[in-house]
Design a protein around this ligand. Sequence first.
Ligand code: AMP
Length: 281
Amino acid sequence: MIETVTGLPALRARVSAWKREGLRVGLVPTMGNLHAGHFSLVKLAREHADRVVASVFVNPTQFGPNEDFDRYPRTPEADAAGLEAAGCDLVWLPSVEQMYPFGADNAVRMRVPGITDVLDGAHRPGHFDGVVTVVSRLFNQVLPDVAAFGRKDYQQLAVIRYFVRDLAFPVELLPADIVREADGLALSSRNQYLSAEERVVAPTIHRTLLAMRESAQAGTPRAGVEAQARAMLEGAGFVVDYAVVRDRQLAEPEDSRGDRVALIAARLGATRLIDNLEFTL
Ligand code: AMP
């Protein structure tokens, strides 16, 4: 059975023993309730490291006051079994007290400027501050050589790239492709909040991303692409936070050609889903 550690001294002892052997250590940060998307990150980390640690921590500092922190699904036994099958070596399962020894409200907070002002940063104030606050701690706890993050959370990956570079963390980032259901819905722990009826509608997000790419590549101006996308999502019953085309740094593109990413955040009932699609014009 895969080893699960809940205390920082035990974690440090395991990792430093590996490092003494000259082994490379990979980290996969998660909030648990793991699915094939998470397991693909473990496999990717495995390809670049000799030992892989997955952290499972539902991080209170990245949830807003009216978000789903309390009801976020927690399934530690199933997570451990899945991680073992995926080739993970150790589960780091810290308590809130281990992660935030002075309490979450008294934690040293990190903030990445600029890129966190838009999209999810604008719709979820403080969310990315919480993400970098916990990821920097995870890096200091595990001291990984590499760390895997999914492209599903496109802006999160950009924010983490920024702080790793700015603070000179000696960690190589491994971006992982989005894992989807057969009907295109990106795997997410939040998909299980969907009712049967909502689950049928949810793949509209991916269909809309494909339509945005097609329309942009056919020469439709960006404003038109975004308006069509919003109409498609609203027609299916979503409340749209954003449906936009940006350059790969998430700025509004100025040239007519170049690398792009279409990004959607939309709510179906009480469930907020995000997805994106990279393409080139
Ligand atoms: P979470 O547990 O939702 O915080 O996600 C942990 C990591 O898994 C993040 O780096 C996510 O981007 C990544 N991830 C979540 N869902 C997917 C997916 N469907 N495909 C690829 N990576 C994912």
